[in-house]
Ligand binder design. Structure first.
Ligand SMILES: Nc1ncnc2c1ncn2[C@@H]1O[C@H](COP(=O)(O)OP(=O)(O)OP(=O)(O)O)[C@@H](O)[C@H]1O
Ligand SMILES: [Mg+2]
Length: 375
């Protein structure tokens, strides 16, 4: 399917095509190498760095070159293994169900094994999948049937389980082991695990006592390299007939700390002005982006104690803190005892509002930090 070109080249959701995707050449080559050698991978990063887009970009090329059939399963919002199984099944059915040519008997067999049936949507007439409730053991059987189906395809299959940290929230607690077994049982299926909760993901894949320990190749996705991103931004503005200076771009990088989504957001808004970029337009855009997020950020305050909020604000203002329990920091922000900071900090780190990065504490969300800095 060919898609129309986007009206604004700075996309805020999803993936379009290589022209609107910046760089990531090393990561792309790395993914290709893993695939060529039948290795499974796990991709982690701080939020909104571009994990999902990278996987989409990889898929785009694999499909284009007919090297693999690629499946994408988003586990966001799932709360049980049964639900996860349904998402996997839906992805398989969507990718391989050849409705137009009539359903193959082998496919009907698969549907039976996973407790799914096909009906027609009464409104649109399109085929629709319904699942009957799948109890515990049946989930494992269903995953087996799906795995067998995928492994028996002639062309290699790559399956991505995105937001995989979600499985740690499932009630019965066996999801990790179930997926690990699934992966092991089908060595001819390639798996990509990815997740936006960096601590949960790294713990899952590098703790000795956890099922996924040393089972995959790990990729820590860093921000896009400044030089390549500058070239990308300059070129798209130029193509639209506008000028943006290197200095302005570097101000955007500073303000967003190169958090990919926010860089895209700023550039999208600047581009939307359909004019040469003036310095004061940067301030305007920064400000309007913050204004839009205030309702969201304000709800954070209700979720925290007043002390936790105060500490969050202090870290935001300092931008980076090496020792939040040091006397100077406590005094400067009026935080009282070091032990209070310790407890509150622990909670903020667990929620990933504050992260520990390269030896210092800082806010995870750059925009939240910019907003708090205004107070
Ligand atoms: N290399 C890139 N070039 C251009 N835009 C990109 C690139 N990588 C990501 N983006 C854009 O940045 C935004 C965030 O990317 P994405 O959703 O892939 O991040 P993520 O790491 O999966 O985030 P989350 O942690 O929320 O799952 C999206 O709007 C995406 O289109
Ligand atoms: Mg993502």
């Amino acid at each position: 399917m060919t898609m129309r070109a986007p009206l604004n080249p700075f996309l805020l959701t999803g993936y379009h095509s290589p022209a609107y995707f910046c760089d990531r050449e090393q990561e792309f080559a790395w993914l290709q190498e893993q695939f060529a050698n039948e290795r499974n991978v796990m991709i982690y990063s701080w939020r909104r760095t571009g994990k999902t887009a990278l996987i989409r970009h990889f898929y785009y090329h694999m499909e284009l070159r007919k090297q693999a059939d690629c499946l994408f399963v988003d586990l966001l919002g799932t709360d049980s293994l049964a639900e996860a199984n349904r998402r996997v099944a839906a992805a398989v059915v969507q990718r391989f169900g050849e409705w137009k040519k009539g359903i193959m008997p082998s496919f009907l067999g698969l549907l039976g094994k996973i407790g799914a049936s096909i009906g027609l949507d009464p409104m649109s007439g399109a085929p629709q999948l319904t699942f009957s409730l799948v109890p515990g053991q049946a989930v494992a059987d269903s995953l087996d049937a799906l795995g067998e189906f995928l492994a028996s395809r002639k062309k290699p299959v790559v399956i991505c389980l995105d937001e995989f940290q979600q499985v740690t929230e499932y009630e019965d607690g066996s999801a990790e082991a179930t997926f690990r077994t699934w992966m092991q049982n089908y060595p001819m299926v390639r798996f990509i695990f990815s997740g936006s909760h960096r601590h949960l993901m790294t713990a899952m894949f590098s703790d000795q006592d956890r099922p996924f320990y040393r089972s995959t190749q790990l990729l820590s996705l860093e921000p896009i390299e400044a030089e390549a991103y500058t070239r990308f931004i300059t070129a798209h503005f130029k193509k639209g007939g506008f000028v943006i200076s290197g200095e302005q771009i570097s101000r955007i990088f500073d303000w967003t700390r190169k958090q990919t989504y926010y860089v895209q957001l700023v550039c999208n808004q600047l581009y939307g002005k359909q004019a040469e970029v003036e310095d004061n337009m940067l301030e305007e855009v920064f400000d309007s982006i913050i204004q839009q997020q205030i309702p969201t950020f304000s709800t954070y305050q209700t979720l925290l104690t007043s002390y936790q909020w105060k500490l969050l604000m202090a870290v935001a203002k300092a931008e980076q803190v090496e020792s939040p329990m040091a006397k100077e920091f406590l005094a400067q922000y009026n935080l009282g005892a070091a032990s209070s900071v310790g407890t509150a900090l622990q909670m903020l780190v667990r929620k990933e509002l504050i992260i520990q990065h390269e030896g210092h504490y800082t806010l995870h969300d750059t925009l939240l930090m910019r907003w708090l800095q205004l107070m």
